[in-house]
Structure formats: C-alpha cells, structure tokens
Design a protein around this ligand. Structure first.
Ligand code: PDD
Length: 286
C-alpha cells in the first residue's frame, strides 16, 4: 500500500481526494517536482526545493512550507513507502475556491500533495542499443523553465513519441533544439558535448547539471550554447536525460540514424561516470 501526504494528513494513496473545484483540476494551476531517491536518500533535495521556489515565484504562489518542513515530510513519505529506490512526486496547487474564475481568489489555502512511486530505471537494452526519437515543433508557452502542472502540451508531445514507436520527442523552436517532451537533450559533435543553455525555453534539469558536472570533472570538452536543428540532426550522438531515465542514447531521429546508429563512445563514457556517481555519491546522499 502506497502512503501519500495530502494537506497535513498521511493516508493511503488510493484514499487521497481533492475537491473538483481545486484550481489544479480546473486550470492546471500548480507547481510540481519529481525527486529521485536512491537507497532511501532523496537526491539533491535542496536543488529540487530551489527549483520549486523558482516555479512558485514564477506563478505567484506562496510556498506553503519552508525547506525544513518539506525535508521532513519527504523523509516521512520515503520511510513509509516500499523500495530502497523511489521517485517522490510533490505538487502544490492554488487550492479550491467556491467559484471558477481565471483570476486568483483573494483568500485560498493551497493544496499540498506528496506521493512516492517505485523508481524504475530504463531497461538495459535502451542503454545498449539506444532509443528512437521523433521531432516536433516546440508548441509550448514561453516559461518552460517553470515546472508547472499545466502539462497538456508535454503530454501531447510525449504521446506523439508513443504513437510513432519512439521513446521521446525532441523539440525544436525557431531552428534550435530546446529539450525533450519530458527530458533535456544533449548533442555530441567531434568529441565535444553540446548543451542548450538554461533559459526560459527549457526546464533546468537536475540531471542536466549532473551531466555537465561529470563532464567538467573528467575534462570532457563541453560547450553550453544554442544548438541549431541542423546541428542536432547531424550530431555524432544525442542523449536524453531526466531524473527517471538517467542518461539514454538516442540513436534514431525521425527514422534516420544519429551518428553510426549505435550508442557512441562519449555516451558510454558518460554512462559509466554516471553509474559510478550514483553508487558513490547519490546512494551516499550527495
Ligand atoms: N520531467 N525537461 C522536461 C520538460 C521535463 O519534464 C524533465 C523531467 C526534464 C529533466 O529534469 P530532471 O533532470 O530534473 O528530471 C527536462 C520529470 C521527470 C517528470 O515530469 O516526470
């Protein structure tokens, strides 16, 4: 049985209920985070809480809890759910007013929800042979740096991948690569790692940071800059990264091979660094 937290109460997830007038339900008016947990330790919790604050500030919603309280509640959820490795999901919505009105209600209590799911890492064959991706225009709004629960565009874009037998959809806006439907995307050209810069067009991924830190620590040449669509398509390697997918090689884009059509040497190196980092630092709570 999964245990969740809802508005001050710990309860079985299956029994968690929110009112139909909640603005999260009516408008997707909320913020969320997904925090990977290794050996029962939340990975980079302060960084996730910092990104949560950035989202809440961006949508003008006061943080209902301080970091110490978030840390305590997340620890409680981890302790009460099965599995050494978990994926903690938290969401805050602007709450339920009696009326449906686009503008914010004057006084309303936010809804706070936390749950945990098993952390399922990708199947080994995705790492060994790579995954297929499809591309699409990035039709989302211009605040993709905010992790809001208004995810319909991302859902449609990810569904496009599923419908075409792919794992992810790579998004291009105005001739440049932004990110994936639910991941960040890196390219490799001539041994140099290329990363789109953090700005309002992409989510500042925690895994993105880890990959850039590992690249710097191991002196892998790296350029954080805009990546043109043509460059991405002609790259030697493409990778997707997220808290739940870790780092995966993309070997096919729109039915065409990326590089040799097999996971590249730089990916294999990064994967090894990442796994080592996971065993030594993430499992140690770093
Ligand atoms: N999504 N970009 C988008 C649009 C994302 O939805 C995600 C993650 C990322 C990667 O961020 P991170 O490395 O911090 O997981 C980038 C999560 C996993 C989700 O919505 O379930």
């Amino acid at each position: 049985m999964q245990t969740a937290y809802l508005n001050g109460t710990l309860l079985p997830l299956a029994e968690a209920r929110v009112p139909a007038m909640d603005r999260g339900f009516l408008f997707g008016d909320g913020a969320y985070e997904v925090i990977p947990v290794y050996s029962r330790r939340p990975f980079r919790l302060p960084e996730h809480l910092h990104r949560l604050r950035h989202t809440l500030d961006g949508i003008r919603l006061a943080n209902p809890l301080d970091d110490a309280e978030w840390t305590r509640l997340i620890g409680e959820i981890i302790a009460r759910n099965d599995g050494e490795d978990q994926s903690v999901y938290l969401q805050i919505t602007r709450g339920a007013d009696g009326k449906r009105n686009h503008a914010f209600p004057a006084h309303v209590t936010p809804t706070v929800f936390i749950m945990s799911e098993p952390l399922v890492t990708p199947p080994p064959e995705q790492r060994d042979t790579g995954i297929a991706a499809v591309s699409a225009p990035d039709v989302r709004w211009l605040r993709c740096d905010l992790k809001t629960t208004s995810l319909l565009a991302n859902c449609l874009l990810r569904q496009l991948a599923v419908d075409t037998g792919c794992v992810e959809t790579i998004l291009f806006r105005d001739g440049f690569m932004t990110e994936g439907a639910a991941s960040n995307i890196f390219a490799v050209k001539a041994g140099v790692l290329l990363a789109p810069p953090k700005n309002h067009l992409m989510l500042p991924g925690i895994t993105y940071d880890v990959v850039l830190e590992l690249a710097a620590a191991h002196r892998l040449a790296c350029e954080v800059r805009d990546v043109a669509e043509a460059e991405a398509r002609a790259a030697d390697e493409l990778w997707m990264t997220s808290s739940t997918k870790e780092v995966l090689p993309i070997t096919l884009l729109d039915g065409r091979a990326i590089g040799t059509g097999t996971p590249g040497a730089v990916f294999r190196q990064m994967y090894a660094w990442y796994q080592d980092f996971k065993q030594t630092v993430m499992r140690g709570g770093g």
